[in-house]
Write a protein that binds this ligand. Structure first.
Ligand SMILES: [Zn+2]
Length: 306
């Protein structure tokens, strides 16, 4: 089985220029250059035009003094036309038309823009919550063009954390799919089951545990097929997607988390989607693509929640 190659938030085609992150002169030149493009991130959202294109601005468009914002800058990458930098600590204001989350619009952006913006959003959330050294509590300094923080007291370096989460399209021997609705979701909102990897746990063990905890269904660990991953930095996840085969079908939902868990045949799935009794995650999510992988043909966007 081939990997799902077009996961929307996994697209990336720009050189991240990691070798330039500690080159102060090169970074100073980049800030002075008219060809540099800045993406301002505010509270995890990005500025977009009415037709949902990212708004990149020149350094001269940033009204705040450069000395004031440079500690909040992240070098995102370079291509033949531009150097791309993000301002991630809510330090700059911008008269953008609207601020939106990549959760909703990721699939509509170009691969260049989504690849750069997803890193900017991930670092926005990391810097906002990791201002102090976890060893000694000293306020840390931003280094490596926004990709690390340094503690001046004990000289430790700290890097952005990514939390792996497993998500699985579980099938039974009749090719039905197991979907669940979380307690906080509206009636009809269903998705594949997912959960965070616990300390000391493998990806495979996590899938088996989560599916059993949430739905009471046993999965054969040797049936797992890895289908791909995409970042989900809301705030810090990496979603790893699997197909899995159940060895039991009786359902016993985890009442603290799940309002409903159900098996759907393709006919039941289609009928429920058409009647809008079933609303799927939007097409920026890996869940949508795992469900589409099982369904075997393109899923109309009218079947998704906005
Ligand atoms: Zn420290």
């Amino acid at each position: 089985m081939k990997l799902i190659s077009d996961l929307p938030l996994a697209r990336f085609d720009t050189d991240r220029a990691a070798g330039m992150r500690s080159n102060a002169n090169w970074l100073t030149d980049a800030w002075a250059s008219d060809s540099t493009r800045i993406l301002v991130v505010q509270e995890g959202n990005v500025p977009v035009t009415d037709d949902v294109s990212l708004i990149w601005v020149k350094p001269s468009a940033i009204s705040e003094p450069l000395e004031q914002v440079r500690d909040s800058a992240v070098l995102l990458g370079v291509d033949t036309d531009h150097t791309y930098i993000a301002l991630v600590n809510d330090v700059a204001s911008l008269d953008a038309i609207s601020w939106l989350s990549l959760r909703g619009i990721g699939s509509q952006l170009s691969s260049r823009d989504v690849g750069l913006a997803i890193a900017a959003v991930a670092l926005n959330s990391w810097h906002a919550t990791h201002k102090y050294c976890p060893r000694c509590g000293t306020a840390t300094l931003v280094v490596q063009a926004g990709w690390a923080r340094h503690c001046p007291t004990d000289n430790s370096e700290h890097y952005p954390r990514t939390e792996p989460a497993m998500i699985a399209a579980v099938n039974d021997d009749k090719d039905r799919i197991l979907l669940g609705r979380r307690n906080e979701w509206q009636p009809g909102w269903f998705s594949t089951l997912a959960g965070f990897v616990e300390a000391g746990e493998s990806a495979e063990a996590c899938v088996v545990r989560e599916v059993f905890e949430e739905a009471g269904v046993h999965v054969d660990p040797s049936s797992l097929i890895y289908l791909g991953s995409q970042p989900w930095p809301f705030p810090a996840s990496l979603m790893l997607g699997y197909r899995a085969t159940a060895v039991s079908t009786e359902l016993a939902r985890e009442e603290a988390e799940m309002a409903e868990v159900r098996w759907f045949s393709k006919e039941e799935f289609e009928a429920a989607c058409i009647k809008q009794e079933l609303r799927l995650p939007n097409d920026s999510t890996i869940a949508f693509h795992l469900i589409q992988h099982w369904y075997g043909k393109p899923i109309p966007t009218e079947w998704t929640r906005k």
